[in-house]
Design a binder for this molecule. Sequence first.
Ligand SMILES: *Cc1c(COP(=O)(O)O)cnc(C)c1O
Length: 432
Amino acid sequence: MFTNDCLNVNEKGHLTIGGCDTLELAKEYGTPLYVLDENVIRQTCRSYVSSFKKFYNGNGMPLYASKALSCKELCRIAKEEGLGLDVVSGGEIYTAVQAGFPMEKVHFHGNNKTADELRFAIESGVGKFVVDNLHELELLNTIAGEMSKKVNISFRIKPGVDAHTHNFIRTGQIDSKFGFALETGEAFNAVKETVSLENVVLTELHCHIGSQIFDIEPFVTAAEIMMDFISEIKQKLGVEIKELNLGGGFGIMYTEKDEPVPYEKYMEKVSVAVKAKAAEHGLEIPYIFIEPGRSIVGEAGITLYTVGGKKNIPNIRTYVSIDGGMTDNVRYALYQSDYKVVNASKAGEEPNEAVTVAGKCCESGDLIQENAMVAEVEVGDTLAVLSTGAYNYSMASNYNRIPRPAMVMVNNGVSRVIIKRESYEDIVKNDI
Ligand SMILES: *Cc1c(COP(=O)(O)O)cnc(C)c1O
């Protein structure tokens, strides 16, 4: 009935996740409520880890891109499953430190890392700095020097592959705020400059070509371009870079229109291309990092809401008002993202009503979905929005001073809070 593995319908006709009745969860923890299924998260982590063993002699490591959902429990799970971590801010570093994450397995990204963040990252023992621009390179070299540290770096490269959901462009893509362009020589010059710097060691090259990508071809193309660049560097500078970070961006299912490929297919295809390029150029086969974010937590999560109102505007549309909205899920307002909505109270019934799911913020654009087909909604029903594990909580805000929802982890019929619901006290805690 549901494409998300963790979802089902019980004998009461209620939606279940990880063996828990969603109406019971709503009653116990309140709504809005983020719910995550632990098995789906761990299985996805394992499929990435095993894809390296199966197709690449285990010569690589997936890093969980924690911006998709950064919290201590996810850091702990990533640690237990043998993943590294990709972080993009001091706050995400702090979260990892607090969770006891092995910081040498952390890659620090971002196009404007501040001096304070760089210092904090060095102090925290972050393993790799993915340098975005020349100013950062010099700043990092200076700060590391002041702290008598030598740090390992990578460069974020724009490989000239710009991938979107179902297509990709081979050239262009110089117009991005992230990284060094290849075709202008900017990337090569940065590598050249690094050789003379004392407190940074270039060990890796990185690229990330987009997000919610379903085709493997653009990843293969990007990997080949990066291998060619590693060869060019070796020929011209005599330096061989032995680690390649190919980023994240693997697509997930939001609605039936999406058809994700099994995640291990990625390493199956990319490993062939990388090995062929290594042979062609006489290079060592590089250690590979990948950075899945959305695909680790996205489909594992749902959000539960209580319907508080219904407004039928004849010949126009029917609004269903929920007790959350753009404060807990901004993705429809931001990019008209598709979501599947289920009336969790009547999950066994055929969807027979088209509704617009509206949030409670003072903003007409505060919608979660338009034209969603659901079983007839009544005030008091519990609605579930599916595939909300990624970029929902992590993008949440306190607009209208609405507290952020709690997050609950479910596992084989047992539930536990992993992020507490914010209180009104939390809302004013920094007000003077
Ligand atoms: C956002 C991002 C990721 C994760 O992307 P997903 O689409 O969530 O897999 C990985 N690496 C970098 C550098 C990113 O910016």
